[in-house]
Design a protein around this ligand. Structure first.
Ligand code: AMP
Length: 188
């Protein structure tokens, strides 16, 4: 299964991807997790990305496309993948389409987790208290949601235009939301 999960920060993409990877037996590929690991390890990518991430802005497409290209070339991605946090703008979505066309492995499903604004704000506040992620600071969350509305929401339109977008309700028990995603994929 080659799946993209879309949704605002705090919509539950990471949580759901971590559960779905077991059921679908494919790797969970999160550009946010990869960047956080790079920051922690102090790699050149991490050094470039750190301040941009802390400000809630998007890391450059060149860096992101570089890490995605490398990751998708790993052997475990040959059986499929769940992309979480990528693509984050239309340019990345177009680049992904081209990359997957090159290897003859087009996406099979694109599922967007729909979560109301006030729930997103509350989830990020709780995550900030629990995980202390600097970009979950309520002020930075406001900027991340602005970036989402301006740059990432059009990615859903991009896939809707291709007839690939499925939107599900991202509010509810974790098991319920997982089931909704699986039902959507089965119908894709
Ligand atoms: P996430 O964990 O997906 O919310 O990502 C955390 C941060 O990493 C984002 O706010 C961005 O600064 C950066 N990031 C993650 N994925 C991408 C991407 N596909 N394009 C640009 N920046 C990204």
């Amino acid at each position: 299964m080659r799946l993209v999960l879309l949704g605002a920060p705090g919509s539950g993409k990471g949580t759901q991807a971590a559960r779905l990877k077991e059921t679908l037996d494919v790797p969970h590929i999160s550009t946010g997790d990869m960047l956080r690991a790079a920051v922690k390890a102090g790699t050149p990518v991490g050094l470039q990305a750190k301040a941009v991430m802390e400000a809630g802005q998007l890391v450059s497409d060149d860096i992101i496309l570089g890490i995605i290209k490398e990751r998708l070339a790993e052997p475990d991605a040959a059986k499929g993948f769940i992309l979480d946090g990528f693509p984050r703008n239309v340019k990345q979505a177009e680049a992904l389409t081209a990359l997957l066309a090159e290897i003859g492995q087009p996406l099979q499903a694109v599922v967007k987790l729909e979560v109301p604004f006030d729930v997103i704000i509350e989830r990020c506040r709780i995550r900030f208290e629990q995980e202390h992620r600097k970009d979950d600071n309520p002020e930075v969350v406001r900027d991340r949601l602005k970036v989402y509305a301006e740059q990432t929401a059009p990615v859903a339109d991009f896939y809707a235009g291709l007839g690939q977008l499925q939107t599900i309700d991202g509010v509810g028990e974790l098991d319920e939301v997982t089931k909704r995603v699986l039902d959507a994929i089965q119908g894709a």
